[in-house]
Design a protein around this ligand. Structure first.
Ligand code: SF4
Ligand code: SF4
Length: 439
C-alpha cells in the first residue's frame, strides 16, 4: 500500500471537524435543487448521496477510489444544495475537502490530466504575469483577424476534437487590462471611504472594463479606490480543484498585497472569487503568521452590489428615453448560493432608469459554467447551458445581467452559437452607464 493511502494516514476529509461531516440528516430537501441529480436521478449524484460518500471516507468505511473521484468532479459545486438545506450543511467546505482528498490520493491521475493541471492550475494561474502574457497573445490572435480566418477557412477542423470544442469558449480579450496600481486622486477633503479592488484573473484580461466601471461607480459614491499592484489570482480555482496548499499560498500573497487592515472594505465584482476570498479566514486559520490578518480580511470582503447597497448608493436620475430595454437577471451560483446575495444586485438593476426587468425562469439554476466544469464535463455543462439559453430566449430580454465572468462567458457562447443578439453585462457596468447618461 502506498504511504499516502487514506486508511494509513489522515486525509482532508478525516481531518475535517466532525460536526461538519455529520450535519446532514438525510432529509432529501436538497435533491430537487441539484442539477446533476435532476439530470441523472442517481442518489450518488445528489448532495445527500455525495455527503454520504464523503462521510464514509471520513469514517474509514470507504476508500477513495476512481469512482469516488469522478463523482466529486461531476458535482458542479453550484451550492444550490446549501441554499435548500434546512440543517445548514456546509457543503462548500465538504466539496473542497473531498476534491483535495481526491488529488492527495491521486485516484484520477493520468498523464494527460496531470499535464493539463500542471500547466494551468499549477503554473499559469499562479502568476498574473503569465496570464497577462497569454492574454496579450490571444488578443493579437483575435485582433489580427487570424481567429476569424481560422474559423472561416475550416482550419479549426484540423484541431483535435476536444480543442475544437473548446475554441468557442475562448473569451474576447480586453483592449486594456485592469490598471493595477491605480489610486483615486485626492480632491478636496478626500473620499469618505477607502476600498481595495480585487482585479481577478479572467476578469482582469477578458472583462477589464467591468473593473474600470466598478472603480467609476465607487468613486461616484464617495469612495477612494486602490487596486494593489502585487495582487495575484484569488485562488478559488485552486481551492475548488483540490489544490489546497496553492490556494493558501495565493491567499497569503493577496493579504500581503492589500493590507486590508488599512481599508474600509475589500471589493470584489466576480461572484466565484468573492465566494472563495470570504473564507481566507478558514483557509489560513492554522497559520500563526496570517490567521489574524485573514480574519480581518474576511470581515471586510464585500461583493460590489452588497457594498453599494450597504453604503446607500446614489440612484441614477430618471431618464427621458421613451422606451425601456427588457432586462433579465441570471443569478450566479456563487453569488446567490455561495454568498446569499440576491437582493442587492436586484436593487441596483431596479434603479436603472432605462430598463424594464423581466424575471428569468430558474434564475438561480446553474448555467453549467461552474469554474472549469464546462471544460472538464462538457456534456453536462452543455445541457445546462441549453436550458439557460431557452429561458433567456423565453423572456424576450435583449440584455442579460450577471455578476460572474464564468457565467458571462458561458452564456455569451451559448447565445452566439444560437445566433441570438442578447447583450450580457455586469450590473455594475449598467449602473456606470446610467451615471454617464446623466451627462
Ligand atoms: S453543489 Fe450543486 S451539483 Fe453539487 S451536490 Fe450541490 S446542488 Fe448538486
Ligand atoms: S444536505 Fe441538507 S437538505 Fe440535503 S439531505 Fe442533508 S440535511 Fe437534507
Amino acid at each position: 500500500m502506498p504511504a499516502h493511502h487514506p486508511i494509513m494516514s489522515r486525509g482532508f476529509l478525516h481531518d475535517l471537524d466532525y460536526s461538519v461531516v455529520q450535519q446532514c440528516m438525510h432529509c432529501g430537501l436538497c435533491l430537487p435543487t441539484c442539477p446533476t441529480y435532476d439530470a441523472t436521478q442517481r442518489e450518488a449524484a445528489s448532495p445527500r448521496g455525495r455527503i454520504a460518500l464523503m462521510r464514509a471516507v471520513a469514517d474509514n468505511k470507504l476508500e477513495v477510489t476512481r469512482v469516488f473521484g469522478e463523482e466529486m468532479y461531476f458535482c458542479l459545486g453550484c451550492l444550490a444544495c446549501e441554499t435548500a438545506c434546512p440543517a445548514g450543511v456546509d457543503y462548500a467546505h465538504l466539496f473542497d475537502m473531498a476534491r483535495a482528498e481526491v488529488e492527495r490520493v491521486g485516484v484520477l491521475a493520468r498523464p494527460k490530466r496531470n499535464l493539463i493541471r500542471q500547466v494551468t492550475v499549477r503554473w499559469l494561474f499562479l502568476s498574473r504575469g503569465r496570464l497577462r502574457w497569454l492574454g496579450r497573445a490571444m488578443r493579437l490572435y483575435q485582433k489580427s483577424g487570424l481567429q476569424t480566418l481560422a474559423r472561416r477557412s475550416g482550419l479549426m477542423r484540423l484541431l483535435p476534437k476536444r480543442l475544437r470544442e473548446l475554441e468557442p469558449l475562448t473569451p474576447a480579450i480586453s483592449d486594456r487590462f485592469t490598471p493595477l496600481g491605480y489610486q483615486t486622486a485626492r480632491a478636496g477633503e478626500g473620499p469618505q471611504r477607502k476600498v481595495g479592488l480585487v482585479a481577478g484573473c479572467v476578469q482582469d484580461i477578458a472583462f477589464a472594463d467591468i473593473n474600470r466601471d466598478t472603480v467609476e461607480v465607487l468613486e461616484q459614491n464617495g469612495c477612494g479606490v486602490v487596486i494593489p499592484p502585487l495582487q495575484e489570482c484569488c485562488g478559488s480555482l485552486h481551492g475548488h480543484n483540490g489544490e489546497w496548499e496553492l490556494a493558501r499560498a495565493l491567499a497569503r500573497k493577496n493579504l500581503d498585497a492589500f493590507g486590508a487592515e488599512n481599508l474600509d472594505a475589500v471589493i470584489i465584482n466576480a461572484a466565484g472569487c468573492g465566494s472563495h476570498i470570504r473564507h481566507y479566514d478558514r483557509l489560513l486559520a492554522d497559520d500563526p503568521g496570517y490567521a489574524e490578518r485573514a480574519r480581518i480580511w474576511s470581515a471586510k470582503v464585500r461583493d460590489i452590489s452588497e457594498y453599494l447597497v450597504e453604503i446607500g448608493f446614489r440612484k441614477p436620475t430618471p431618464s427621458s428615453r421613451p422606451t425601456k430595454t427588457r432586462l433579465a437577471y441570471h443569478e450566479a451560483c456563487h453569488l446567490v448560493h455561495g454568498q446569499k446575495i440576491s437582493r442587492q444586485p436586484r436593487a441596483i438593476l431596479a434603479s436603472l432608469p432605462d430598463y424594464e426587468i423581466v424575471e428569468l425562469p430558474e434564475a438561480t439554476w446553474c448555467c453549467g459554467s461552474a469554474g472549469i466544469y464546462n471544460i472538464t464535463q462538457p456534456e453536462m455543462s452543455a445541457q445546462l447551458l441549453e436550458r439557460k439559453i431557452r429561458h433567456v430566449v423565453s423572456t424576450g430580454a435583449t440584455t442579460l445581467a450577471t455578476a460572474n465572468p464564468g457565467c458571462a462567458l458561458q452564456i455569451i457562447t451559448g447565445l452566439r452559437l444560437r445566433g441570438m443578439a442578447v447583450r450580457v453585462a455586469h450590473p455594475v457596468t449598467l449602473l456606470a452607464e446610467a451615471y454617464r447618461a446623466e451627462g
